[in-house]
Design a protein around this ligand. Structure first.
Ligand code: SIN
Length: 549
């Protein structure tokens, strides 16, 4: 494997979803920026976000209401100051997006009365008000397209596709003295199979989620938790990984896999139903929560899981037959069309759904500016844990967080340039070495380990956990991790192997965090400790790689 090239940029951004592109765009005001992304720039979770961006713009709404709904969903684990600041920054961040050309659905487009240009606001689980700006039901795609256009036309930004990060370069990794400091990253150029050394003043990790750690997920194929795994290896603190959000309603249909049925469908009146012994479809959420089908996600996903386990049935259903075809086609054009293609008319038929892994609320621990505490290293978006989501993310708060924290991160980086430079040890960064690597003739081991991890994570570390199941998962992951480390050093690095290494590391972090938290709270439910322990309110689970390993 060739490893000749050193590339110098002022700022390196790893990942090309909303968080990465929004950070890159802001950083471009202060210097040159490289955005590396492992496939095409639009291979990211942002593209699949249907719901929208939570933002207080309605006169009947208030920051205090948005704050309260976020805190309630987060189940006594959100950081109050972070929630307040992000909620308050939302209108300015959204306005900037609109100025860049993003379009959000208006009341007029919905055929509703209102002031000219007034936005239609959606509602989702856990929100007591309508406050979700949306672009039909392809909000993420619209925002991503807007940001990508802006980045592509900015001469300071270079986007490198098919570039997959291998590891961060830190002064500690290189054995240099002084405070740990980020210096860039080693990146595999998939096109010509070389490992490039990126050298930069700041490094922002924006690699998105880790849904591929579970067998069933709404996430894109690229969501392998690379950022969390790389930052863990670089001795950053990793927080609250036990809180993995399962979206309650992913389509259950053999012709269309992993397709999200937005919570906004329930926000517009969709009701969750199950089939009873007499073959009738009946509501069940009323026996779980006063907000019924619009209860916070952790509660809805657990309720569905419980109903499925009790009845032995394969799915539950969303019933939105109360709404006209005209309304549904306007409000959910993408969902309507995708369902129609497989023979479901949502104005006439029930929609079969099951929960699936959706969003990692934990991540690399950062302050509100995305700063990790390691000089020059920032994390933005789903890979980060700022404290906004607590034990359970409120719907449509994640696009908001990524957008707002990207602004804060770029401003923080700009204000710290002198400090970053003065703390940075001098020395020549070595090129990547892999002299002993040979081609593996047993690649089947990689796919076998992938499948095994995803299955036992689903079975043992999913919606409902027990101590025994977690112990089983821990024993399995330990063996697999040993095998992977051997492969990683002995054989040539491939994208599959890198992803497997990252996913296995994230799986272990989730298991370890879940074992540490001896209570049930938000998205973490352990039936051996079914209650919330108030002594653990506002206490994060933090894991950090010891310096000696
Ligand atoms: C959805 O549309 O249901 C997903 C929105 C989100 O996860 O925030």
């Amino acid at each position: 494997m060739k490893n000749k090239e050193i590339l110098e940029f002022d700022h390196l951004v790893i990942g090309s979803g909303l968080a990465g592109l929004a950070t890159a765009l802001k950083l471009a005001a202060f210097g040159t920026v490289a955005v590396v992304t492992k496939r095409e720039p639009d291979d990211c979770n942002t593209k699949y976000a249907q719901g929208g961006i939570a933002c207080v713009i309605d006169r009947k709404d208030s920051f205090e209401d948005h704050f309260r709904d976020t805190m309630t969903a987060g189940d006594h684990l959100c950081k109050e100051d972070v929630v307040r600041k992000i909620v308050a920054e939302a209108p300015a961040a959204v306005n900037e997006l609109i100025e860049l050309g993003a379009h959000f659905t208006t009341l007029e487009e919905m055929g509703m009365e209102g002031d000219s240009g007034e936005f239609h606001l959606g509602r989702e689980g856990g929100h007591n008000k309508r406050r979700v700006l949306h672009s039909g039901d392809i909000t993420g795609e619209e925002i991503h397209k807007t940001l990508l256009n802006a980045c592509k036309t900015n001469p300071k930004i270079t986007i490198l596709k098919n570039h997959i990060a291998v590891d961060l370069i830190t002064s500690r990794r290189l054995g240099w003295m002084g405070d740990n400091c980020a210096l860039g990253a080693y990146v595999l150029d998939i096109g010509d199979n070389t490992i490039k050394t990126f050298h930069s003043l700041s490094t922002t990790v924006a690699t998105g989620g880790a849904g591929k750690v579970y067998l069933y997920t709404s996430n894109s194929d690229v969501s392998c938790g690379a950022g969390v795994a790389m930052c863990y290896r670089s001795h950053a603190s990793i927080a609250n990984m036990e809180f993995f959000q399962f979206h309650p309603t992913i389509l259950h249909h053999h012709k269309l896999k992993n397709f999200l049925i937005s919570e906004a469908v329930r926000g517009e009146g969709g009701i969750l139903k199950r089939r009873n012994r007499h073959g009738e479809y009946v509501e069940f959420m009323d026996s779980y929560h006063e907000m019924k089908s619009l209860a916070p996600r952790d509660i809805v996903a657990r309720a569905i899981d419980n109903e499925l386990k009790r009845s032995g049935q394969a799915c539950v259903y969303i019933d939105i037959r109360g709404k006209s075809e005209k309304f549904l086609k306007t409000r959910f054009p993408n969902i309507f069309e995708k369902l129609r293609e497989i023979g479901i008319n949502m104005s006439k038929d029930l929609i079969p759904v099951v929960p699936a892994a959706h969003y990692c609320c934990g991540g690399v621990m950062t302050d509100i500016n995305g700063f990790t505490g390691i000089n020059g290293l920032y994390v933005v978006g789903e890979a980060a844990c700022t404290g906004l989501h607590g034990a359970n993310r409120l719907a449509s708060n994640s696009l908001l967080e990524a957008l707002v924290v990207a602004r804060f991160a770029a401003a923080d980086i700009a204000s710290r340039v002198k400090t970053i430079k003065s703390h940075r040890p001098s020395g020549k960064i070595p090129l990547w070495t892999s002299e002993n690597a040979t081609d593996s003739d047993e690649l089947v081991i990689i796919s076998h380990n992938w499948d095994e991890i995803r299955r036992f994570m689903w079975d043992y570390v999913g919606i409902s956990r027990t101590t025994k199941r977690l112990e089983r998962a821990k024993a399995r992951i330990k063996n697999i991790r040993k095998e992977i480390e051997k492969y990683y050093w002995d054989f040539l690095i491939t994208p599959d192997l890198l992803e497997l290494r990252n996913i296995s590391s994230v799986a272990e972090l989730i298991i370890d965090s879940a074992m540490k938290r001896k209570e049930s709270r938000g998205l973490h439910y352990n039936s051996d400790f079914p209650q919330r322990d108030t002594a653990l309110d506002y206490k994060d689970t933090i894991i950090k790689k010891p310096c000696t390993t």
